[in-house]
Design a protein around this ligand. Structure first.
Ligand code: ATP
Length: 240
């Protein structure tokens, strides 16, 4: 069943067309990764889905409802939560206080503080520590827990791997099956292609705001992905 349907979406930053006529669909229970080089438009797309960048044209339907122009705070109530690039925790608040900011507009659903603590077993023992005392990977986990506490149907995760060592990234991503298993669908923006291919059911590669390649990781060759990522070779033919 389709949860998210994006049609011909264009988002500008001033004169710059950061997302350019993009279309994609996301099924309930899927993990979709958006990959692409720096400046390809990945974060702009995610921010547009969270209601933080307004599209110039096109449409976004979520659970059958047109949310193209819905303000950000109403999207949380509709069931969309963003884990923003750079985590954006309150550094002087504790782990638990940061988590609870996500429960402010809590919807009914499986995610409670106890359930988040089950997902990240290291957290309960550190719940009274300030976020500033956590490592990058731990902060990223708190940002994910905070988003889950609104009980989203769709979790948007922007550049989870940014600034983290590969081994830490892998560990943070280990929670993804538990999240999807609880009924939450995930849309990730990931610059680390190998990581995206490991965790996603399907990937879309963006180039200059357009989706130039999409498919299941096992159906895509490394060469196809590389060409799409850098905009070279056959995937570009006929586009200009
Ligand atoms: P990155 O991995 O570097 O974040 P990205 O694929 O997420 O790249 P975006 O951040 O969406 O790409 O940026 C797409 C284009 O829009 C880039 O050319 C970027 O410079 C530009 N851009 C992004 N945000 C703004 C902004 N607030 N104002 C002006 N231009 C912006």
């Amino acid at each position: 069943m389709t949860l998210l349907s994006i049609r011909d979406l264009t988002v500008h930053h001033g004169q710059l067309r950061a997302v350019d006529g993009l279309g994609l669909e996301l099924e309930r229970g899927e993990v979709l990764a958006i990959i692409g080089a720096n400046g390809a438009g990945k974060s702009t797309l995610l921010r547009a889905l969270a209601g933080l960048n307004l599209p110039t044209s096109g449409s976004v339907h979520f659970a059958g409802r047109d949310i193209t122009r819905l303000p950000a705070h109403r999207r949380v109530a509709a069931g969309i939560a963003l884990v923003p690039e750079g985590r954006r925790l309150f550094r002087s608040l504790t782990v638990e206080e940061n988590l609870l900011t996500g429960a402010y507009r809590k919807r009914p659903g499986p995610w409670t503080l106890a359930r988040v603590y089950e997902l990240f077993p290291w957290m309960p023992g550190r719940r009274t520590q300030n976020a500033a005392q956590l490592s990058g990977g731990e902060q990223q986990s708190v940002a994910i827990g905070r988003a889950l506490l609104s009980n989203p149907d769709l979790l948007l995760i922007d550049e989870l791997s940014l600034g983290l060592a590969p081994v830490i990234v892998r560990r943070v991503y280990e929670v993804l099956p538990g999240i999807v298993g609880a009924g939450t669908t995930a849309l990730l923006v990931e610059q680390d292609v190998a990581q995206a291919m490991r965790v996603a059911d399907r990937v879309h590669c963006l180039l200059e705001g357009r989706s130039v390649l999409q498919g299941r990781p096992r159906d895509l060759t490394a060469e196809q992905v590389e060409h799409a990522y850098f905009g070279i070779g056959p995937v570009r033919e006929g586009r200009d």
